[in-house]
Design a protein around this ligand. Structure first.
Ligand code: KG4
Ligand code: ZN
Length: 361
């Protein structure tokens, strides 16, 4: 089954083609960072408008790259039989609702025109299943640490569609905290990677920031207090280059220590042989080094999907959509986009007569 995946939940426009039994056939990702940088964060309306402009040419490119040009001449062949793909999967939430609606509208229209089924995918299910696209994919169950600009959570991934959220952030996401502190340090947006680079020349122990929530039991995260501590250390002071690097180092160490400690705590509660790290913060070298050391000491393997599968992409949406379409799941008649969508509402893939809807015109 060839499934086209479409991702437009935030500021990446992404399209991919996944072929069952073969793997990822083609993918294309456009990131809108330059569009939003001047505003210091993602502007939802600008994001939606840019998705509108980029999406159709990107779909054509991915299909052409996979040797499946999209061409339907009137009367050429019956719908469905001649379609270049067997299904279309799109991110239906959570995310920016206007941005999601662009992908949902295009995906559902394309599926209708081609006479193939469509399915809406949960964005976080995509992230949690992304390692399945790699060689040596981990077997279920595994623990996932998902740390991005929008989410920070620990999830027990038991099977496709069966996820137990063990803990999540009560306020800011880890990437958001990185970005806001980077902004205070004048590093621009998104500044997580730049802050990490600055921290390399910082000295350990000069700035000691709080390790949020480590003193309390449980697996919840909270980064807003840490962000405020960084604000107090930076705002209204004249910091030379070394002091700015020292702040970056102290801040990064506090976040990394928290993420590592909570991940180890989760492994104690739910012993698993593999930890998957997903989301943009997973690119952080200090996090990788500390987690690798701590996990190895416990005989646990840490898996990082390659960078373009860790951050927002459509390959993960095509993969998750394939799992659901192959089981007979179909989007219902209404075109849905959900800004909020609790992960635990998901169930394993199944054909549900209540929502199954033939899209053949
Ligand atoms: O998963 P992602 O690409 O996009 C979403 O948020 O959906 O994650 C982006 C986040 C940003 O907040 C960015 O600053 C952060 O990941 N990030 C990093 C690093 N690289 C990216 N944070 C810390 N260290 C890094 N090296
Ligand atoms: Zn994401």
């Amino acid at each position: 089954m060839r499934v086209l995946g479409i991702e437009t939940s935030c500021d990446e426009t992404a399209v991919a083609l996944y072929v069952g039994g073969q793997g990822l056939a083609a993918q294309c990702i456009y990131t809108q960072t330059d569009l939003h940088e001047v505003w210091g964060g993602v502007v939802p309306e600008l994001a939606s408008r840019d998705h509108v402009q980029r999406l159709a040419p990107m779909i054509l490119k991915v299909l052409a790259d996979a040797g499946l040009p999209l061409a339907r001449r009137p009367g050429a062949a019956p719908a469905g039989a001649a379609a270049p793909v067997d299904g279309v999967a799109y991110t239906a939430g959570p995310g920016l609702v206007g941005a999601l609606l662009v992908g949902a509208g295009v995906a559902r229209s394309l599926a209708y025109a081609l006479g193939v089924p469509a399915v809406g995918v949960h964005h976080l299910e995509g992230h949690l299943l992304a390692p399945q696209l790699e060689a040596g994919a981990p077997a279920f169950p595994y623990l996932a640490l998902l740390a991005s600009g929008g989410h920070t959570m620990l999830v027990d991934v038991q099977a496709v569609g069966r996820y137990v959220v063990l803990g999540e952030t009560l306020d800011d996401a880890a990437g958001e905290a990185f970005d806001k502190t980077a902004q205070l340090l004048g590093l621009g947006y998104p500044g997580g990677a730049r802050l990490a680079r600055l921290a390399e020349s910082g000295r350990a122990g000069v700035y000691e920031f709080p390790r949020p929530m480590l003193d309390r039991p449980g697996l919840a995260f909270s980064f807003s207090g840490l962000k405020t501590a960084a604000l107090l250390a930076i705002r209204g002071r004249t910091l030379d280059a070394q002091a700015r690097a020292d702040v970056a180092r102290g801040f990064e160490e506090a976040i990394v220590a928290t993420l590592v400690a909570k991940t180890l705590r989760a492994l104690e509660a739910v012993p698993r042989a593999v930890v998957v790290v997903a989301g943009g913060v997973g690119a952080n070298a200090r996090l990788r080094a500390h987690l690798a050391g701590a996990a190895a000491a416990r005989g646990v393997r840490v898996v990082y999907p390659r960078a373009e599968l860790c951050t927002d992409n459509a390959a993960m949406i095509a993969y998750a959509g394939h799992a659901r379409l192959a089981a007979g799941e179909r989007a219902g008649l209404p075109v849905l986009a959900r800004a909020r969508w609790p992960l635990e509402e998901l169930a394993p893939p199944a054909a549900d007569p209540a929502t199954t809807h033939r899209t053949t015109p």
